[in-house]
Design a binder for this molecule. Structure first.
Ligand SMILES: [Zn+2]
Length: 203
């Protein structure tokens, strides 16, 4: 038994679960208890699913969305029916998924893998901004639609990108503010997203 009263292996499990986003100490403890008491197959299936996802998923070489390891370019980037000249810039793959679920956008994406957050040490070098600049410089992109989340950090990220590309000649727009300020793209519904695309403004 360790200091917390659990065995070291359970402590390790609680600590690992507690590092997941949105999981506080109490939830980590509850999940750990569940995982040691539920049928072994159920717990091992979770472990195996995590292992498989980590081994078999990587980032698309073009847009940084998640893709299967044997596909260097994702299904959206390699789809000839998608408008490759219109690129929607999002923070995370889950924002992309929200837009895809709404089904109102027919261009392609660029996933930044985060947003500028100076207070938590997330600077421009941690994002895929250089790769986006290189995509723009390749000359095939006509319009960038900034779809970072409508909050201070999301806005700051878009501003930095627009600034870096101000002389590139590419058209830069942003989604209309139909999304309530401070809310998140992933919780917007189909109508809100359709309106936000239709009413997009020059940056
Ligand atoms: Zn892609």
């Amino acid at each position: 038994m360790s200091g917390s009263g659990y065995s070291a292996v359970v402590d390790r499990l609680i600590a690992a679960l507690g590092r997941l986003p949105g999981i506080g100490a109490k939830s980590a403890e509850r999940l750990a208890h569940h995982l040691v008491r539920c049928p072994a197959e159920e717990a091992l299936e979770l472990a195996e699913a995590i292992g498989a996802a980590r081994k078999q998923i990587r980032h698309c070489q073009v847009c940084f969305h998640l893709t299967e390891a044997d596909q260097p370019v994702c299904a959206i980037c390699s789809n000839p029916r998608r408008d490759q000249a219109t690129v929607c810039v999002v923070e995370q793959s889950r924002d992309l998924m929200a837009l895809e679920k709404a089904g109102t956008f027919h261009g392609v994406y660029h996933v930044l893998l985060g947003r500028l957050a100076p207070l938590s040490g997330q600077g421009p070098d941690q994002l895929t901004i250089d790769a986006l600049v290189a995509r723009v410089q390749s000359g095939t992109i006509r319009e960038l639609i900034m779809a970072t989340n409508p909050n201070l950090e999301g806005d700051g990220t878009s501003l930095l990108i627009a600034d870096r590309l101000s002389k590139s000649g590419v058209k830069i727009t942003r989604l209309a503010r139909g999304l309530a300020s401070g809310s998140s793209l992933e919780f917007a519904n189909r109508e809100m997203l359709a309106d936000a695309f239709a009413g997009r403004q020059p940056f």
